[in-house]
Design a protein around this ligand. Structure first.
Ligand code: 26V
Length: 824
């Protein structure tokens, strides 16, 4: 028995191999001859999981014993992707595992491919949460992620006749070896009902929420392995369960079937991730999801706190709760409710505790993405919370009245309730008011927060807004995803950069080293070959490995301007056809990204890219000098293949609209040069890599603002004065790319002309084309290009999410590293 226990922890090749064979038989229930690739994945994952458990428990126990201050990252999304490569690399047993599998006649890379991609998020916000989990564990910070265990992650995207079609993403279909169900960690969460007033024991007015419906939240824990494997934190995801009343109630007259039906409906709460990252306003199920996971998480946090404490005075010294956007902002009202209604804390004290505990990150300024729940709905679904929000609002506006000095516009803008039209609760205002710190995710975005959405709040609380520029984990995005480059870097500067990315700056001096450049190119070429094979498999298009890989990968959104990119591609296509004897730099335009299922314009842009690609890719007159591909089903796993292979990184949003971007960081770290606007973190990337090593174009945020304000922009004039733009648009409007339906793109053309071109595609077109030309010209000079690419990689150290997370830890959370203690 004892030796078996040791075997479970063994990290050497023999021990791993024995574990694999044992797991395959006794847990997966297959013999080696019958085992599928998926069986082997489950086998290896379970055996690797064994190697985490002791250290996971040591970590948790140490936090408990030291009563350490914890940080709780509340997020409706965690885009974690696959975990096998990640766990092996962070444990440092990739080679041993590869050899052990080798001895069984298996290839680790094939086994890895059988893991589904955990896509519990839409895009940047969800992936940021996953990078933060990795960084918290790697920095030994006592950090917990809290979210929802969606049964269906972000939809699977396929193209049918060039149109996006959505399919359910059934990532749990074959079981999830990484999660530990905790059927005993169960909290009730209520909805609907009404509020009753009563007198408490000392005769004070008090309230209770009665006649509500109950749902249970059940925990599933996933270990989060830090680099080196010493700290292993927890991601706790909640799943909706019907209460036992449904299971064991007695039923008359066929009520049994009804009850079971009700059970299914209740459990729909955690069924599916909302696939929209802009508007889902007014969807009751979405509000219920938000409250469901927030309430369960807060109950869990208070339970943990109460193990060591008998009152709530020191809650802010023991718990920091970070709101990832406003999605969990209802938590502010919920903590007030728990403290005041359930634990008898006075209102003022509860409010001080709440504000000292919460902080809030804003991720977008897009008005349509700012959550505002109809008061009527909130009253019905969460009646007690609505009351609490009114109370918070009344106290706040009362206090502000003096300072507002008759400026009623200001007061109505500060209000938690938007009184225009149907009344709505402004969740951003609630999050701001209930937090001691509020942050933006890049320097520019934070500045714009102060000037726009939160201008009035900023005047009221000038210390509250601060910046925390986003980052990415170098473990997943360089060490694991780009093994050729990672190995090259380590061969020159050692492996300290994996844990401390600032060390990567030592590469800068290698930029002039011809041998190093050659090896850098070789690594890039290897990655490009891998991507080319992937493209061929996914789309059937053959691309030239030595062409310039020009990459735009991100959600499909008008503000991200995939349209600008495809228009430039059409213009380039025309130039190539007009001048067939010129020796063109071969270009491969690579797009990938999902559109929200209800976002018709974004879906039409997808169809346009596919239509243009079809024409261009089949036109012999461009001699393979231009290929366009739109890869289906962009997700974390696809990104891991794409990022290392890019030469040029497209970050071309309308200035002022992209809060930060994080794909921009992944691409630059992997040695792509950026072509971009001065938007989001592009501004800071330029500062770090140097303006000679980036292609900046277009209107600035200020110019965009002025242009829109003056109303003095006529896209028709711009189009008329730019023949190549006019020609590209004429080709679209005359059906060159859609002969079967020449009017298909009318909505796009309309938006760019009569629609006023809100995203300033036409305004930035000419400058963008010039920047593209500069990039192509530079690409001819492979030495110079490589030099700049190396300088990009070398100067991206600051964009590690380790840096970001330590800034949160010291400037917002006051949370400190805790080294796990391992019993002898
Ligand atoms: C909003 C909504 C609205 C209701 C429906 C569901 C839903 C889901 C997600 C969102 C959040 C959108 C905000 C977002 O993802 N922002 C991105 O955050 C990244 C990390 O900070 C940042 O790099 C991107 O620039 C920003 O667009």
């Amino acid at each position: 028995y004892k030796s078996r226990e040791i075997e479970r922890r063994s990290l050497d090749v023999d021990g791993l191999k024995r574990s694999f064979l044992e797991w395959l038989v006794y847990s997966v229930g297959k013999d080696a001859r019958a085992a599928t690739r998926r069986d082997w994945f489950h086998t290896v994952a379970l055996a690797v999981r064994d190697r985490l458990v002791d250290r996971w428990m040591d970590t948790t126990r140490t936090y408990y014993q030291q009563d350490a201050k914890r940080v709780y990252y509340l997020s409706l999304e965690f885009l974690i992707g696959r975990l096998l490569t990640n766990s092996l690399a962070n444990l440092g047993i990739t080679d041993q595992c590869r050899q052990a599998l080798d001895r069984i006649g298996l290839n680790l890379d094939d086994v890895v491919e059988a893991e589904p991609d955990a896509a519990l998020g839409n895009g940047g916000l969800g992936r940021l949460a996953a990078c933060f989990l990795d960084s918290m564990a790697s920095e030994a910070l006592p950090g917990y992620g809290y979210g929802i265990r969606y049964e269906f992650g972000l939809f699977e995207q396929r193209f049918e006749h060039g149109w996006q079609v959505e399919y359910p993403e059934q990532w749990l279909q074959f079981g999830n070896p990484w999660e530990f169900p905790r059927p005993e960690v169960l909290y009730p969460v209520q909805f609907y009902g009404r509020v009753e007033e009563f007198r408490d024991s000392v005769g004070e007015r008090a309230y209770r929420w009665v006649d509500a419906e109950r749902v249970l939240a059940m925990a599933y824990d996933t270990p989060v392995v830090g680099y080196g494997g010493d700290t292993i934190n927890t991601l706790r995801l909640w799943s909706a369960r019907a209460t036992r009343d449904f299971n064991f109630g007695h039923f008359n007259d066929g009520a049994y079937m009804k009850a079971v039906e009700q059970k299914v409906l209740t459990e729909n709460l955690s069924r599916v991730l909302y696939p929209n990252d802009a508007t889902e306003g007014g969807k009751e199920l979405r509000l219920k999801q938000e409250y469901f996971f927030t309430s369960a998480s807060l109950q869990d946090i208070l339970r943990r706190y109460l193990q060591h404490h008998s009152n709530f005075d020191s809650l802010p010294d023991k718990a920091a709760i970070q709101l990832n956007d406003t999605h969990p902002a209802i938590g502010i009202a919920e903590l007030m409710r728990l403290l005041v209604d359930q634990h008898g804390v006075t209102w003022d004290k509860a409010w001080d505790i709440t504000r000292a505990t919460f902080s809030y990150t804003n991720h977008t300024l897009l008005p349509e993405a700012l959550e505002a729940w109809p008061v009527r709905m909130m009253e019905r679904v969460l009646p007690r919370h609505m009351q609490i929000i009114y109370e918070i609002n009344a106290k706040f506006l009362n206090r502000s009245k003096a300072r507002a000095a008759g400026d009623n516009g200001r007061l109505s803008r500060l209000s938690l309730i938007d009184e225009r039209g149907d009344r709505r609760v402004r969740m951003g205002n609630l999050a701001f008011l209930g937090s001691h710190k509020v942050n933006g995710v890049s320097a520019l975005h934070t500045e714009l927060m102060k000037q726009t959405v939160f201008a009035d709040f900023h005047a009221e609380f000038p210390e509250r807004i601060n910046n925390k520029t986003n980052g990415i984990t170098p473990r997943r995005w360089l060490h694991q995803a780009n093994q050729p480059l990672a190995a090259l870097i380590t061969s020159r500067i050692g492996n300290g950069w994996i844990k401390d990315l600032s060390q990567i700056s030592a590469l800068a001096e290698k930029a002039d080293d011809l041998v190093f450049r050659e090896e850098f190119r070789r690594a890039k070429r290897k990655n490009k070959k891998r991507l080319a094979a992937y493209i061929a498999r996914q789309t059937g298009v053959d691309v030239q490995v030595d062409s310039l890989f020009d990459v735009q990968v991100k959600r499909m959104h008008e503000y991200k301007r995939q349209l600008l990119n495809i228009l430039q591609a059409i213009a380039l296509y025309n130039e190539m056809r007009d001048n067939p004897t010129v020796s063109w730099v071969p270009v491969t335009k690579i797009f990938a990204g999902k559109a929200a299922p209800s976002y018709h314009m974004a879906k039409l842009i997808i169809k346009l890219i596919n239509d243009v690609a079809k024409v261009v890719n089949h036109d012999p007159s461009v001699h393979d000098n231009l290929k366009i591909v739109l890869l289906p089903n962009y997700n974390v796993t696809a990104a891991e293949i794409i990022m290392p292979a890019a030469d040029l990184s497209e970050q071309i949003s309308t200035a002022g609209m992209e809060a930060s971007g994080t794909g921009n960081m992944k691409l630059a770290l992997n040695g792509a040069l950026t072509i971009g606007t001065l938007d989001g973190a592009n501004v800071e990337i330029r500062e770090h890599v140097g303006e000679d090593n980036i292609f900046i174009f277009g209107l600035t945020a200020e110019e965009v603002n002025d242009l829109r304000a003056s109303g003095g922009f006529n896209p028709r004039d711009v189009i008329a004065s730019n023949p190549s733009l006019k020609r590209a648009l004429d080709m679209i409007s005359t059906g060159v790319f859609s002969p079967d339906d020449p009017h298909r793109y009318h909505p796009i053309l309309q938006a760019l002309t009569d629609g006023g071109d809100h995203f300033l595609v036409t305004a930035d077109f000419s400058d963008y084309c010039q920047a593209q030309q500069a990039a192509m010209d530079l690409y001819r000079d492979q030495e110079e290009w490589t030099r700049k690419a190396i300088l990009n990689t070398a100067n991206m150290g600051w964009f590690s999410s380790d840096r970001t997370i330590m800034e949160y830890a010291t400037e917002i959370w006051d949370v400190h590293p805790v080294k796990p203690e391992h019993p002898a």
